[in-house]
Design a protein around this ligand. Structure first.
Ligand code: FEO
Ligand code: CA
Ligand code: CA
Ligand code: CA
Length: 740
């Protein structure tokens, strides 16, 4: 997502922010006693959710071995001394040598289904062995899957910017309004097809990794690629009934994937694209009256802002539907009830988005599958816990909007390592049947997984949306989570698993002053403060990272223990700088989050708009401890609201301070970009990182003002001029392990 996003809040449920739960639990003497002495291992063993902790060994804790990178406002990728980067691929690069090289002037034809997409985001690597099969061992030949999230900078991909009402040179805000009027067909086709996933073969040579043009494995999944609707056997027909459209009246197939943000990699070797802000591509012109349930669904998913008697209108799409009312490539983006029934229009089209989409990177003939059992929301990423043979798998998933939730899917099938390389058949085995949960973070440092099932009377009797079957839960997951009282979080972004102890981390990127004030905080989202220098924002503008440990380290656990790993802050923020950050490791708005299996480093990437007066977005390396290695702390909150100062305190649990020895800035990105997407080679000596939307704050092309960024062209990659998103390859000049 871009950092200048609006206040996206579709959660108007009255789920508690824990104030009352907090005061109750702080009177719990057992917990209080533990906290007073810090969370030692002996104490932790007594906590619910901490039944079988393993003491960390000093030998398992590596040390960072690079010089911290200074804050930077330069238009380049800044790395520590001794490190270097090259560009692997950038927006518009051709997958086939038959295509013209990318112009960087916006003059391409409708050929983006064979070019690298825009807004590089989550990604992963899939090695190919000598038999052409999937391998998790390094082979020198691989496929790299990259999500292409957004068309927010697509003004750079047309000759003179975007066009509406016949006027070119514009720059639409993905989340804002645009001038109504018919959009040009070619512009819209480019914008549609630059989304999705790129699957590109890469090979290692003496010069490092490069893409293999013309590989039969090269392909694009775009918003037009057919995908099957998969789900639990008992409920799939009910699920598909919500997806009936003019294009497929059975609802068993949908077209494509959209706004893929973070990602997941399955233990059997497939890729999970995650559909995040898909709601912002749809328009609803006036149409027939909708049912109360349909209106409730549109509102809760950000597809309509107000209940209406007949038709729903909003104007924050990209206007793709305006090209044609009869050509389904365009009319599908209009949700209005224009036909006699759902088989005659696209009123249900939005129900086909908001899922985890499984893709087999090594089988170009495999049809992607939407895994409905994992729920429908603004999926940021999907991280699999450490697999254990003979036990179910757990996937952890965030819903990235302010005040949304963290979810867990637990497979019915138990893990069998012989399924490695099993492709979509293995996906059907593990991602069709299972249980879906949502997280509730209690004020005493414990948490609960609340199952989303119609057997829960809170869901069966929910008022804001009437559930009639379990099928509805998979399509209206946000409503079900509201019904059971999940915890509203400060925008869950990526999750990550610490492979060394099985703990799960989640970025909570930030929240606004509308949602967080000293009176509206809770133990898991405890800060409300003002940034008093530079960009002056309030709420929780710098975000934090929370982590949790499942009880008994089991995928199936219903309880967990949590604490806050790190609070983002500027180094000069006083009380708000709870993690003691310095100029060498201060950061804001954590987003990408990922652990190296080789080094154990926790990599933190930022998508920020609060600290960017002092530094561009960045990536940091952290050496984490474990849940409970810190102490109970009291946050002092202070904000000015409507001219009057409000203060308050909030108690929470904060992990051990890392200091500069265990937390350092490793990379600072070009102007106007976010850092997102990361993976490594199996030897830990090459890191792939994505730089998304350099030059995001550029003026429209019609302004005549030079773009904010010209990366990577001016640094020698491809035609100079307009900025491009890209995957970079980072190595150490001496060939050593990255970060140590
Ligand atoms: Fe697409 Fe949540 O960032
Ligand atoms: Ca993100
Ligand atoms: Ca500031
Ligand atoms: Ca400052």
């Amino acid at each position: 997502m871009s950092s200048n996003d609006p206040d996206i809040v579709c959660n108007t449920s009255d789920n508690p922010h824990f104030q009352e739960v907090l005061s109750q639990s702080l009177s719990n003497p057992a917990r209080r006693g533990l906290l007073r002495g810090g969370l030692g291992l002996a104490g932790l063993a007594m906590l619910p959710g901490c039944a079988s902790l393993v003491a960390p060994t000093a030998a398992a804790s590596p040390s960072l071995g690079f010089t911290a990178v200074e804050k930077s406002l330069l238009d380049n990728v800044m790395l520590p001394p001794g490190y270097q980067y090259t560009v692997l691929h950038a927006t518009g690069d051709a997958l086939d040598s038959a295509l013209p090289a990318f112009s960087n002037k916006g003059i391409e034809a409708d050929d983006w289904a064979r070019r690298v997409g825009d807004h590089h985001d989550g990604m992963d690597i899939y090695y190919i062995d000598a038999q052409g099969q999937y391998s998790d061992k390094e082979t020198g030949r691989a496929v790299l899957c990259v999500n292409h999230e957004s068309s927010a900078d697509s003004h750079f991909l047309h000759p003179n910017g975007q066009t509406s009402n016949g006027v070119s040179g514009k720059k639409f805000d993905q989340f804002g309004s645009w001038d109504l009027g018919v959009r040009p067909e070619l512009e819209v086709l480019k914008e549609i097809n630059l989304h999705g996933v790129s699957i590109v073969e890469i090979v290692k040579s003496a010069q490092g990794w490069r893409i293999q043009q013309d590989s039969p494995l090269n392909r694009r999944i775009t918003p037009q690629t057919p995908a099957r609707i998969s789900g639990p056997r008992a409920y799939i027909e009910g699920i598909r009934s919500h997806m009936v459209t003019r294009w497929d009246t059975s609802g068993s197939m949908s077209r494509g994937t959209l706004n893929n943000c973070g990602h997941g990699k399955t233990p059997w070797g497939t890729y999970l694209g995650c559909e995040e802000n898909w709601a912002y591509y749809f328009q609803s012109t006036a149409g027939a009256a909708l049912s109360a349930n349909d209106v409730a669904s549109l509102k809760r998913y950000g597809l309509a802002s107000a209940p209406v008697a007949a038709g729903v209108t909003k104007s924050n799409s990209q206007g793709w539907h305006t090209v044609s009312a009869t050509d389904d490539r365009f009319s599908r983006w209009n949700l209005a009830a224009l036909g006699a029934n759902a088989e005659k229009d696209f009123r249900n089209e939005a129900n086909t988005f908001g899922f985890i989409v499984e893709i087999d990177p090594l089988n170009p003939n495999a049809t992607p599958a939407k895994r409905t059992v994992m729920g429908r929301f603004a999926h940021e990423a999907a991280v699999c816990g450490v697999p254990k043979a003979g036990e179910p798998l757990a996937f952890y998933m965030g819903c990235d909007s302010r005040n949304e939730y963290i979810y867990k899917f637990v497979s019915q099938a138990v893990w069998d390592p012989r399924d490695v390389g099993g492709g979509m058949a293995a996906g059907d085995k593990y991602l069709s049947e299972g249980k879906l949960y949502v997280a509730k973070f209690n004020a005493d440092g414990t948490g609960e997984w609340l199952e989303l099932t119609l057997a829960d009377t809170r869901i069966a009797s929910y008022g804001a949306f009437k559930f009639s079957s379990q099928s509805d839960v998979y399509v209206q997951t946000r409503h079900a989570a509201d019904a059971v009282g999940a915890t509203k979080m400060d925008r869950p972004e990526w999750g990550a698993v610490n492979h060394r102890n099985g703990e799960i981390y989640f970025s909570l990127t930030n929240n606004s002053a509308v949602n967080r004030t000293p009176a509206k905080v809770d133990a898991a989202n405890p800060r409300a403060y003002m940034d008093l220098d530079g960009i002056k924002s309030s709420g929780n503008p710098n975000g934090h990272i929370i982590r949790f440990k499942e009880s008994a380290l089991r995928a199936t656990s219903k309880t967990f223990a949590w604490d806050i790993f790190l609070f983002g802050a500027e180094e000069d923020m006083g009380d708000a700088n709870m993690s003691g950050l310095t100029a060498q490791n201060a950061f804001s708005s954590p987003d990408g989050l990922w652990f190296s299996k080789v080094t154990g480093i926790c990599w933190i990437q930022t998508d920020d708009g609060a600290y960017t007066d002092e530094t561009n977005c960045m990536m940091l390396a952290a050496i984490p401890g474990q849940v409970g290695d810190g102490s109970k702390v009291t946050i002092k909150n202070k904000m000015v609201i409507n001219g009057s100062e409000q203060t308050g305190t909030q108690e929470t649990f904060l992990g051990a301070a890392l200091g500069e020895a265990k937390l350092r800035r490793f990379l600072v990105a070009p102007k106007g970009s976010e850092v997102t997407g990361i993976t490594e080679t199996a030897d830990g000596r090459t890191l792939f990182v994505n730089i998304q939307h350099p030059g995001e704050l550029s003026k429209p092309l019609s302004s005549g003002v030079a773009p904010q960024s010209t990366w990577p062209g001016q640094q020698g990659y491809g035609p100079a001029g307009r900025p491009r998103s890209a995957t970079i390859v980072i190595t150490r000049k001496d060939g050593g392990l990255i970060g140590l």
